[in-house]
Design a protein around this ligand. Structure first.
Ligand SMILES: NC(=O)c1ccc[n+]([C@@H]2O[C@H](COP(=O)([O-])OP(=O)(O)OC[C@H]3O[C@@H](n4cnc5c(N)ncnc54)[C@H](OP(=O)(O)O)[C@@H]3O)[C@@H](O)[C@H]2O)c1
Length: 321
């Protein structure tokens, strides 16, 4: 698969990576999650299923994988799949600290994850991530750094991240919410020992929510590796939403809405990689057809962008299923 340098990090990623947000725990917010994982949500069943999707991704050329402490057993699933020798070629693995999984493997839990951007939680979670991923862990990101969490002003946390960077880990952040651009610009300004602290940024950009685009372009120009998540808007840019889907398919005949949505991300010059969230092999192969689409056809698809506040408000109402 085509690869790209991940900013100035020295890492090289395949243009498409696979994320395990929908594969590491029985409940998640993506539309249709329950039907896709039906009957495979026991710890053993989901591990087996996640391994089958990971192996299909690897066979398709994917060599970049993203996970987080809050994705249930996602890190452990990925770690065991790697330790079982399923990846003969080098892979790049990123994980995230800053949310704790608290759903106890229940789908109907009141709360599934708790935000905790404290130094104590960083110290705890880096040990847990290393336990699960060992030498494969290359990029460690703050999970959904927002201005109001205060983590980007927390000197103790930033100093600890500097130590981790100086010890060889690439330190990054992910962003969420209608204020992504502000968090990206604040993070880009943080230097330690004469260079940018953060080497990568992982943000939501898709045809419905492109508002972080210019901040991401500036981050890329400054040397940060830019990774895009939620390229199909948690399922809203797929056949599951017929109205939006038919408009997309009419715009680029011959391809599915999800493939077109992923291709629109890859067409942005400041994107190094897109992290797809396929929860089945069928979705994976459908998403990967994005690589067959001519970037010029999808770089500027008009008429899909929503008001960011409404987009994120709607996302926050998505049920955990
Ligand atoms: N804050 C953060 O740092 C953060 C937040 C979100 C995601 N991420 C990362 O980004 C990755 C991807 O994000 P995401 O999964 O949240 O969002 P996404 O990629 O926009 O949505 C993926 C979901 O869309 C549905 N889908 C995909 N292809 C489909 C198809 N062909 N037909 C029907 N449905 C299809 C599936 O949902 P169902 O299986 O439910 O149908 C799939 O799980 C995650 O795994 C994670 O690594 C990070």
């Amino acid at each position: 698969m085509i690869t790209k340098e991940l900013g100035d990090t020295g890492l090289v990623v395949t243009r498409v990576g696979l994320g395990l947000a929908a594969l590491g725990r029985p409940g998640y917010i993506n539309i249709g999650h329950d039907s896709d994982l039906a009957g495979r949500r026991s710890k053993a069943g989901l591990e087996e299923h996640s391994h089958s999707v990971l192996s299909a991704a690897y066979a398709a050329g994917i060599r970049y994988f993203d996970v987080a402490r809050s994705y249930g057993n996602g890190e452990a699933f990925l770690g065991r799949w790697l330790l079982d020798g399923n990846a003969a070629e080098p892979v790049v693995v990123s994980s995230k600290w800053g949310y704790r999984y608290v759903a106890d493997w229940r789908i109907d839990a009141e709360v599934h994850e708790i935000k905790d951007h404290t130094l104590d939680n960083l110290e705890r979670q880096i040990e847990e991530s290393r336990e699960n991923l060992g030498p494969y862990l290359a990029v460690y990101q703050i999970h959904s750094a927002t201005l109001d969490s205060g983590v980007l002003d927390d000197a103790a946390v930033l100093n600890r991240l500097t130590e981790l960077r100086n010890a060889g880990l690439t330190v990054g952040l992910s962003t969420s919410g209608p204020q992504q651009a502000a968090a990206i610009r604040k993070a880009m300004a943080i230097e330690r020992d004469g260079s940018l602290l953060f080497g990568t940024v992982q943000s939501t950009w898709n045809l419905l929510e492109p508002s972080a685009g210019s901040a991401l372009a500036d981050a890329h120009a400054a040397g940060l590796g830019v990774l895009i998540k939620e390229s199909v808007a948690n399922g809203r840019l797929t056949a599951r939403e017929p109205a939006t889907s038919s408009r997309l398919v009419n715009a680029v005949p011959g391809f599915s809405a999800d493939a077109i949505a992923v291709a629109a991300v890859l067409a942005q010059p400041w994107v190094d990689g897109v992290i797809i969230g396929a929860s089945t092999k069928e979705q994976l192969h459908s998403n990967l057809r994005a690589l067959e689409i001519d970037a010029d056809q999808v770089r500027d698809l008009p008429g899909f962008a929503e008001n960011p506040d409404e987009y994120w408000a709607r996302r926050s109402r998505l049920a955990w299923t």
